[in-house]
Design a protein. Structure first.
Length: 459
């Protein structure tokens, strides 16, 4: 009960400055906490999350809470039932605090919309918490929530985790069912869009993942057609130590800040010092993956959203209008190809590229690389000077986009700070369905790094 009250007090104190939560109900939270307390007093067996206060991105159904995905076109929409991942968290004993802010329809790497306004970064209120799971990352980093769930189609868990100095996992599509997420993750978009856990430590991310993962057979709804019956596995120390790790500082196209290079090199050095085989290695085909990813996120995303947006352009936030203009201004397609034909060609190309990179990863099943080119940017910025080059908004996140396109699991661990004191996370990437390996390596890295450090807002 006391834990729930503490988190509610923090929300009351800090949320006006952060704008992380958009819907929370104190009495409902306290009722859940009372039930959790009574269960302990009765001596009942309890789950791994018993009494733990969690938050959920407001694009995922939480019964009785708003699920608006930051758009006026869904203003006031209340979820009738929990998404499967939320039901699993509750069954494990979690206390659901409420839901957190997103950019409109999740189509941005910063969180701002016309319904609730922008979310601020707890490390520097003049900067973004990232997107699209920005409200979630800000809440967790500032201690308003112990952890929670976000979603990721092009870095939307990992970039906010990197910006806010927490951990996050983008799983393989289907490892955690996306049923109950809006917009619905279907068609080609289901190849890149996933839901996943976020928390301050990898150990907490692992616990959330183990609770959330599993087959969705449609008992509650229609079910997630992409979910797979992959059991959570235990990784033994001996097999983990046999994993070779490749690392790279940049992709030779989009430069990264010097502090980002230092963070990647620190991660490689720490893993080397605790017994792993770690070598410089960058897969071939990353630039092709970046270009192909846009066909899925930009072209397919635009096609999916177009029927909803048509005739409502005046109601859209500036950020979504900007995204919509980018989808319209995409490079010319090959001769006479229609959008559907172009998307099919991209789909076939994606599968060939995935095979090519998986062959390369036989030698290095785990990769360490940047999460983004820069740390958290100031609200509204669209380009930055890095190593004498101009880095554009859509290019800065390519380090995440590759792995959405390929369907590889990827975790983020804070590993350093910029000269301005902003956190910098690195990515730990694995092969499909090997989340356990990714989390085990990330856990070793976190242990060698030392204790988690909170933002100045907490001091």
């Amino acid at each position: 009960m006391e834990v729930a009250r503490t988190h509610l007090d923090r929300i009351e104190c800090l949320n006006p400055r952060l704008n992380a939560f958009v819907d929370y109900k104190q009495e409902a939270v306290l009722a859940q906490a009372r039930d959790a307390e009574k269960a302990i007093l009765r001596g009942e067996d309890v789950g791994p999350l018993h009494g733990v206060p969690l938050s959920i991105k407001s694009a995922i159904d939480v019964a009785g809470h708003r699920c608006e995905a930051g758009t006026r076109l869904r203003a006031g929409h209340i979820a009738a039932e929990d998404a499967p991942l939320v039901a699993r968290l509750r069954a494990a004993g979690a206390v659901i605090l409420g839901v957190t802010n997103t950019p409109e329809l999740l189509m941005a790497w910063e969180t701002d919309n016309l319904l609730y306004g922008r979310t601020n970064n707890p490390w520097d209120l003049t900067r973004t918490a990232g997107g699209s799971s920005g409200g979630e990352a800000a809440a967790i980093a500032a201690g308003l929530s112990a952890g929670g769930a976000g979603s990721d189609g092009g870095g939307s868990i990992r970039v906010p985790a990197h910006f806010c100095g927490i951990c996050g996992l983008k799983p393989t599509p289907g490892r955690i069912p996306s049923t109950g997420h809006f917009p619905k993750s279907g068609g080609p978009f289901a190849l890149i869009g996933v839901v996943g856990p976020m928390a301050r430590t990898i150990e907490d991310v692992r616990t959330l993942f183990e609770v959330m993962a599993g087959w969705d057979d449609g008992d509650l709804r229609d079910g997630d057609p992409c979910s797979a019956p992959v059991e959570v596995r235990e990784i033994h120390e001996a097999s983990l130590r046999s994993v070779r790790i490749g690392f790279f500082e940049d992709d030779s196209r989009t430069p990264v800040t010097q502090e980002t290079r230092s963070a990647v090199n620190r991660a490689a050095s720490l893993l080397l010092s605790c017994g792993f085989r770690v070598d410089p290695f960058r897969p071939e085909g990353l630039e092709e993956a970046r270009q192909s990813w846009w066909e899925f996120f930009g072209t397919a995303g635009g096609m999916i959203l177009e029927p909803m947006l048509r005739g409502h352009e005046s109601e859209l936030s500036p950020i979504l209008r900007e995204f919509h203009s980018w989808t319209k201004a995409a490079p010319a397609r090959p001769v006479a190809l229609q959008p559907g034909e172009s998307l099919l060609a991209a789909w076939l190309g994606r599968d060939a590229l995935r095979e090519k990179i998986l062959v390369q990863m036989r030698k290095y099943p785990v990769l360490i690389c940047p999460t983004a080119a820069i740390p958290a940017f100031r609200h509204g910025e669209r380009e930055w000077q890095v190593e004498g080059k101009t880095v554009k908004y859509l290019d800065a996140w390519s380090y995440c986009e590759w792995f959405n396109l390929l369907g590889f699991p990827a975790a983020v661990v804070p590993m350093g700070y910029s000269d301005e004191g902003l956190p910098i996370g690195v990515q730990i990437v694995g092969r499909p369905w090997e989340e356990e390996v990714v989390l085990a390596v990330a856990g070793k890295l976190e242990m060698e790094r030392g204790p988690w450090r909170g933002p100045p807002l907490l001091e």
